[in-house]
Write a protein that binds this ligand. Structure first.
Ligand code: SF4
Ligand code: SF4
Length: 353
């Protein structure tokens, strides 16, 4: 078959030989130490995986450095996980300790396995996207620097901790289903530049882009109108129409949600729920956000039973106690004003406040 440039290459071409030879026949895996996994196949072959954190946005020098390490210790094989961890795939056990020693000497953090915080899955932020209410990589860097010990140790937390970050509520990250979710939010409707709309925007597409039907035609101005009370500040219209700018330096900021998960183990998957409605966009180190996340992590770590994920802990103690124990104020902003298909603080009669 002739090759085309359409679509990605077959991933099997890029697997290390030990994975190809044992495909579908892996028997078990174990965590040897934080960040070091061993997979053993039915016929006794072993693959060692060394997981290191990355800030996702890396320069060419870092990419070269990682590739050099893969060439030296892993026959050229590494992979990036969906959480932007780098995994070096070692098939020769004798290479494991020298590789760990070189990573230590280079200051590359090894961890993120077992009961630890894995790297934060996150979105594009100010560098790449046009609708962010905050930066993604900047906040992730600040939060992960603050929680560094929980990445490099696997005995400090009751269970694994999955954190997600999306820089607007269109949410390219896993904010709806993570133990802790950091979400960039706009709080003001788009500002329409009527002189530009008819020149740069396709009006029917702009109207159709609004999930709440807040946009209507404005034929007099050859433009559109926004019914502000219907707007949920998602910025989707700005994606379609650059004449409807939504960025607002004074009002944009961050919300924190908690208690979601995708895993089916022990309890069913669940959605995250709002814990903190707004924190300011205090770049470059977002101290209010790092402090809020640390408070939630440490309250959960102190209070939860072994193996209990964030949402399972909250389900056991109840949301009222979650707010009590974390000291997070419960405000009118937590009360939804719409009917949703899942229970919210408003729709469940079990919530007592
Ligand atoms: Fe862009 Fe929103 Fe995705 Fe961030 S979450 S990359 S702002 S669409
Ligand atoms: Fe509609 Fe979202 Fe634009 Fe508001 S920001 S008008 S909800 S598309």
């Amino acid at each position: 078959m002739s090759r085309t440039d359409l679509g990605p290459p077959d991933y099997k071409e890029m697997l290390p030989p030990v994975i190809k030879e044992n495909y579908g026949q892996w028997l078990y895996h174990e965590y040897l130490k934080p960040g070091v996994m061993k997979h053993v196949s039915e016929k006794g072959d072993a693959l060692y995986t060394i997981r290191i954190g990355s800030p996702r946005l890396v320069g060419l020098d870092t990419v070269r450095e990682l590739c050099d390490l893969a060439d030296k210790y892993c026959d050229g094989y590494l992979r990036f996980t969906s959480r932007h961890n780098v995994e070096l795939l070692v098939s020769n056990e004798a290479n494991v300790d020298p590789l760990l020693a070189e990573l230590k000497q280079k200051g590359m953090p090894v961890g993120g396995t077992g009961n630890s915080i894995s790297n934060i899955v996150h979105t594009q932020g100010w560098i790449h996207c046009h609708t962010p209410a905050t930066d993604a990589s900047g906040i992730v860097k600040a939060v992960m620097d603050d929680l560094y010990d929980y990445f490099t140790h696997d005995d400090l937390l009751p269970a694994r901790l999955r954190v997600a970050m999306a820089c607007c509520l269109n949410m390219c990250g896993a904010v709806h289903c993570s133990d802790i979710a950091i979400l960039g939010i706009h709080r003001t409707p788009p500002r329409i530049d009527h002189t530009k709309v008819s020149k740069v925007c396709e009006i029917p597409t702009v109207i159709a882009s609004c999930p709440t039907a807040a946009i209507k035609p404005d034929p007099k101005n050859k433009s559109v109108k926004v019914t502000e009370e219907k707007c949920m500040y998602c910025g989707n219209c700005y994606t379609m129409c650059p004449a409807m700018e939504i960025m607002d330096p004074l009002n944009d900021g961050i919300a924190i949600l908690v208690g979601g998960k995708v895993s089916n183990s022990r309890t069913a998957p669940g959605f995250s729920r709002l814990a903190i409605p707004f924190l300011p966009n205090n770049a470059p180190r977002w101290p209010e956000v790092t402090e809020a996340v640390r408070n939630i992590v440490e309250t959960w770590a102190k209070d939860a039973k072994k193996g209990e994920r964030m949402g399972e802990w909250i389900s056991r103690i109840g949301w009222e106690r979650f707010f009590d124990r974390t000291g997070i104020p419960f405000t009118d902003k937590h009360i939804d004003d719409y009917i949703f298909s899942i229970p919210t603080f408003r729709t469940t009669t079990n919530f007592k406040w």
